[in-house]
Structures are given as C-alpha cells and as structure tokens.
Design a protein around this ligand. Structure first.
Ligand code: TRP
Length: 459
C-alpha cells in the first residue's frame, strides 16, 4: 500500500492506525493507575462508571479528534488553524505544551520500569522482605544519577522510534510490541486467575455497589477515561492525520477504546487475584507497582520470570504511549516550521529530556508517589507533582472540553457527515454521536473541571 496520499505520510496498512492508537492509549494509565484507582474506589461501581464514561465521553471525543486530524492532515496547531482560523490555534498549542509536559515526567516513571526489569533479571528481590523491597525503591528514587540514566535511556529509545517516521518507526514498533504485550498479559491473567483469591477478585471488580462510590470517585472515573484514551491534547488528532481516507473513523475509535478498556480490566485481573490471595493491602501510592508486586512475585512459583515479564510489559506499554506524546510535539515543528523529522525529533526530544531531569532530580519524585491522583492536589512541592497536577487536572480536560465544543458547534454538519460516512458500516450512529459531542461531553467535562477548580476535597 502506498504510504503517501495527498503528500501526507500514511500508515502502511489499515490496521496501522488502530495499532498505533491502541499503543498510545495503553500505558502506565491502564496497567498501574486503573487498578490502583479501582482499589481505592472499592471496585465494581467505579469500574462500571468508568466503562460508561469511555463509551459516552471517551469514544465521541476520540472520534472528534480523529475527524479533525484526518480532515486537515495536519498536527494539532495546523489542524485547528485550518478548520477554525487563527482564533483556534491556541488549542493546538495547548496540546503541544501538554504533550511536552506529560512526556517529561512520564519518561521518568517509565525509566523506573526499566530499572525494575534489570532488578528482576539480576534477582534483586529474591529472599527480600517487603520492607527491604520498599527500601530498594526508596533508595532508587533518591538516587539522581540512576533515575536520570534510565530517563535518558527511555527518551533515547522513544526518540529512536519516532525518528523512524510514521510507517517505519511508529507503526512497526506498535505492530511488534502490541501483540507481545497482549500475549504476556494473557499469560499473566491465566496465572493470576488460577490463584486462590481469584473468585474474590472477580466479585470485587464486577459486582457494582453504588453506595460505595463517592462523588469524587465518580469524577475520577470520568477523568481517567480521558487520560487512558490519550485524549485532550491532540495525540489522536495527530495519529488521525496519518489515517487513510477510506477508513471508518467511528469503527477505529470503538476498536481502540475497546482494546484500551480490555487491557485495563485484564490488568485488574492480574493484580487483584494476587492482592487477594496474599492478603496484601496495597498502599495508597504509586509505589504499589514497584514495592508490592516484587514481593508477591518472589513468593510465587516461577515468580522470577513472572516479574521480568511483568516489568518488561509495563516498559513496552509506556514506550508506545511515549511515542505518541513525542510525535505530537515533534510533528508540530515538522508541519509548521518545515523542520525535517530528524532535526525535529532530536531537538524536541532533547528538550523534553532536559526538562524531565527536573522531575527526576526533584525530591518531588517521592512525594508524587504518595500523592499521585488524577483529581488530587499536590501536597508536596516538587516538579514532578506540579507537572502531573497541571497536565492531568487542567490541561487535558480543558483541551478535551474545547475539542468537543469545536467539533460539536463550529465544524459544519456536512464536513462531519462526510468524515463519518467513509469506510463502510459503522456501529456508532451519527445522530447519537452528534448529541454526545454537542451536549453531553461538554457538560460532563465542564463539570469535572469545575469540580477540580472548586472542590479541594476531591481526593
Ligand atoms: N494513555 C496513556 C496511558 O494510559 C498515556 C498517554 C499517552 C496520554 N499519550 C497521551 C495521556 C496523550 C493523555 C494524552 O498511560
């Protein structure tokens, strides 16, 4: 298949967009954050709310982003300017800035997963007590050199893959990494479900009890749908700009959202049987992934291999997400300033690396752990905290809100109908999508933003 169409580089195959977009969506958000949030929000009702948020807000906004990207064949700044005029270009800019900020600390956490792959391989957890494993983590995050080293390596790998371009780099790495990810996850699920606590885990996850879900939990579910699907900063817009004209946008959005959701649920099916079986009380911090699971792995038959597989999986997932973040930033300079891909990737990636060292070096890295919460507020100073708080609580939801408003109210009906009608039969009717993107999504997301601005109690 020809990789260019109207001069724009394109995915090499029909499944290219879906693979790359799923790679972007599936990341640390699914494998760690979702299980953790599910735990603190008492399971079933939170999971059900999240699923509804994905369908009623996430999918419509993803469709909107893809429409804008594919229509203009441009990355966010150019795309918004082309369709909405100069007065909308700020929305593209917001995406570039948000991507820059998110990747700067996302890469640091991703770097931690690399450290843990190596720790797993060298058998660092063997015969260690839970306290010792926790201490290993504390030692690691207070070691600036090691953190910067892994952060540099992770950014280096991300840049290398983005350098390869749309077809060679991004699509090929997703094509190889995503199936491996699925296979590893399925193996881990099978092992976990054979554990004694599996039944309790399933009840916990799938029996909704709405009296247990707080208002804050409800909002967290809505917010996480956003983060997990990589929405609100033009990542899906950028990937959509490489999509072929003859593909169905609603079907692609539905498939990507389904894959992302399945992985989040499977991650819970890996983690909760372990938690239940070993009677583990997960700490209310990001540390759970790094301080708790190694202990469990070491108590299990084959746990040595289990832990290598698990942390490798997390690193892969983080990598395909990081690629999408860098692509948004790099493609701005490619599209708007006519830099070539190499120059753009090296300069923007290098700048993000440097900016990220602030997070890696700040003591906030540890503070962030205990405070990592999509809708929470930072309680400790530190760059880590501040950047995550800013991006997750304000930049993404604001971006998403205006993408919904723009698509719902500014774009013409004929443009939208045309974009949605290509690619054959779809399961997401235009009229349904129209109501969701015009009314439901803006109102719901608006409420989330207001709640965060006004309510300090949302923890
Ligand atoms: N969705 C990814 C995750 O779950 C993170 C991510 C990648 C992201 N690209 C994004 C989040 C763009 C928001 C916007 O880990």
């Amino acid at each position: 298949m020809n990789s260019t169409e109207n001069g724009r580089e394109k995915w090499g195959s029909k499944i290219g967009f879906i693979l790359a977009a799923a790679g972007s969506a599936i990341g640390l958000g699914n494998l760690w954050k979702f299980p953790y949030m599910t735990y603190t929000n008492d399971g079933g009702a939170f999971v059900l709310t999240y699923l509804m948020a994905i369908l009623a807000i996430g999918v419509p906004i993803m469709i909107a982003e893809i429409i804008i990207g594919r229509r203009t064949q441009l990355s966010p700044v150019g795309a918004m300017t082309k369709l909405g005029g100069k007065r909308w270009s700020w929305l593209g800019w917001l995406g570039v800035i948000t991507g820059f900020i998110i990747l700067s600390y996302y890469s640091v956490v991703a770097g931690w997963t690399l450290e843990y792959v190596v720790k797993s391989i060298t058998g660092a957890f063997i015969d260690k007590s839970p306290d010792q494993v926790t201490q290993q983590f504390v030692d690691f995050v207070s070691d600036p050199f090691r953190q910067v080293f892994w952060h540099a390596l992770f950014m280096g790998i991300t840049m290398f893959l983005v350098l390869g371009g749309v077809k060679g780099g991004i699509e090929r790495s997703a094509r190889i990494l995503m199936p491996i990810l699925f296979i590893i996850i399925l193996i881990l699920v099978a092992v976990s479900l054979s554990m004694e606590g599996a039944g309790r885990a399933i009840t916990f996850l799938f029996r909704p009890n709405f009296s247990e879900l707080s208002g804050a939990g409800f909002l967290e579910a809505l917010g996480h749908a956003f983060f997990s699907l990589s929405l609100g900063m033009g990542a899906m817009m950028t990937y959509g700009s490489y999509m072929h004209k003859n593909e169905s946008i609603p079907n692609a959005a539905l498939t990507v959202s389904l894959l992302d959701t399945v992985i989040a649920i499977l991650a819970c099916l890996i983690i909760f049987p372990i938690v239940m079986t070993f009677d583990l009380e997960p700490t209310k911090s990001a540390g759970i992934l790094f301080t708790t699971l190694p202990v469990v792995f070491m108590q299990m038959p084959g746990g040595y291999y289990f832990s290598i597989l698990f942390f490798t999986l997390v690193a892969f997932a983080a990598l395909t997400s990081a690629i999408s973040l860098l692509e948004v930033v790099a493609s701005y300079f490619i599209d708007e300033l006519n830099w070539n891909r190499k120059k753009s990737t090296l300069i923007t990636g290098g700048a993000i690396f440097l900016f990220g060292t602030l997070s890696a070096l700040s003591n906030g890295a540890v503070g962030w752990l205990s405070n990592f919460n999509f809708w929470g507020r930072p309680t400790t100073a530190g760059f880590f905290n501040t950047f995550d708080y800013l991006a997750s609580n304000y930049l993404l939801p604001i971006g998403g809100l205006f993408i919904a408003i723009f698509t719902g109210w500014i774009l013409t009906k004929s443009l939208k109908e045309e974009e949605l009608s290509t690619g054959g039969k779809t399961y997401f009717k235009y009229s349904v999508w129209d109501v969701l993107i015009k009314y439901f999504a803006p109102v719901a997301v608006g409420i989330i933003i207001l709640a965060v601005l006004l309510g300090k109690e949302f923890q």
